[in-house]
Design a protein around this ligand. Structure first.
Ligand code: MRU
Length: 354
């Protein structure tokens, strides 16, 4: 499976820069945007030019490299002070997807492991290598998720997905969509129903775009059509991604996922969540501890520049919700299928080298 676009690509060595496929322009234009410093990268994360939990983790790792480019000529204390400043800027960009904090922590740990051992130029080069490793590992992880998940799909199945958990949300290939790509590659015919995903239409703009490019049978539905489609017997599995999974299995994902999980339960349809180990957060005992990002009211009232609600109306715009563990049939991870979804099985998964 190959595409002529990349979600993220680094140009050059440690002094180079990051190119992002600007996802705010899709599906109308397939254009990249260059990020030359940490502020332009932070803006890209906040405005969803790059989005999806694993992709913003990778972006943040590269953001640390960008932010430290101005610190390589100084001394080590100044380098570490700048590192902390850059980490805080990136951590404040989006709160829910734990992959961002995971990547920042991994970069900090790498820097800490080299403290007092080499000059800032070498520290910086090592952090660049670490960011590249995070990027490359994500490719392998997504392939593994796809391979494991494909075993759950049979020829002729209808699969409903929400938001975009595809190549655009990761290095490439995706998590939920990796399962569909892998099943398709095995010759299984899968019919995908893509929720359009209000308010920013990641399903209609992004998921439909990438599935269409891969020749997958795809139908976009309004979020509110999901119950009707399930009742008609068109869906045999729901597969979504995740932004943060608590220690007990409660899962934060794009707003609307919780409702879908309830619908899946009501229609006796399995509800799968595909995610890498970096999306699990053992510091969050349950979903109640997961921070939920609330976004600008204008995303709802003036989506894509068109006013669709009265000026001045009160709006509540949470970007994510939490699906309770008991509604999730299984997690699909790079190490295999985790079921039942509960704290002991999650702990066992994460004691493996993730
Ligand atoms: O607001 P977004 O577009 O970043 O939300 C993304 C999602 O909710 C995805 O489903 C999740 O990050 C998993 S991506 C593999």
């Amino acid at each position: 499976m190959s595409t002529d676009w990349q979600t993220l690509r680094w140009i050059g060595g440690p002094a180079g820069h990051l190119m992002l496929l600007d996802q705010t322009r899709l599906p109308v234009a397939c254009q990249e945007v260059a990020c030359q410093d940490v502020e332009s990268l932070r803006e890209a994360i906040v405005s969803l030019r790059v989005r999806g939990a694993p992709a913003i983790g990778i972006a943040a790792a590269y953001g640390i490299v960008l932010g430290l480019q101005t610190a390589v000529g100084g001394d080590e204390p100044a380098f570490f002070a700048r590192l902390e400043q850059v980490c805080q800027r990136l951590l404040s960009s989006r709160p829910t997807a734990v992959n961002l904090a995971w990547a920042v922590d991994r970069m900090r740990l790498r820097a800490g492991s080299l403290r007092s051992q080499c000059p800032p130029t070498e520290l910086h080069a090592a952090l660049w290598a670490e960011a590249r490793a995070i990027h490359e590992e994500d490719r392998q992880i997504c392939r593994a998720i796809g391979g494991h998940g494909a075993t759950l799909l049979r020829d002729g199945m209808g699969v409903l997905t929400h938001c975009n958990a595809g190549g655009l949300a990761t290095s490439e290939y995706g998590t939920a969509l990796a399962v569909i790509y892998a099943a398709h590659a095995e010759g299984k015919r899968v019919r995908v129903f893509a929720d359009e995903t209000r308010p920013l239409l990641q399903g209609a703009r992004l998921t439909a775009w990438e599935l269409q490019q891969h020749g997958i049978d795809t139908t976009v539905i309004c979020d509110s059509a999901a119950a009707h489609v399930m009742r008609a017997g068109l869906v045999q599995a729901v597969i979504t991604g995740a932004d943060r999974i608590a220690a007990n299995g409660d899962t934060a994902n794009k707003i609307g996922t919780y409702g879908l999980a309830q619908l899946a339960r009501a229609h006796r349809c399995p509800f799968y969540v595909a995610a890498p180990c970096s999306t699990f957060d053992l510091d969050a005992p349950t979903g109640a501890a997961i921070p939920i990002e609330c976004r600008d009211a204008r995303e709802v009232t003036h989506g894509f520049g068109l006013q669709t609600a009265p000026e001045g109306i009160r709006v509540y715009n949470p970007a994510f919700d939490v699906t309770p563990a008991e509604l999730i049939t299984a997690f699909i991870t790079q190490h295999g299928i985790v079921t039942p979804v509960d704290a002991p099985h999650i702990a066992a998964l994460l004691t493996r080298e993730c």
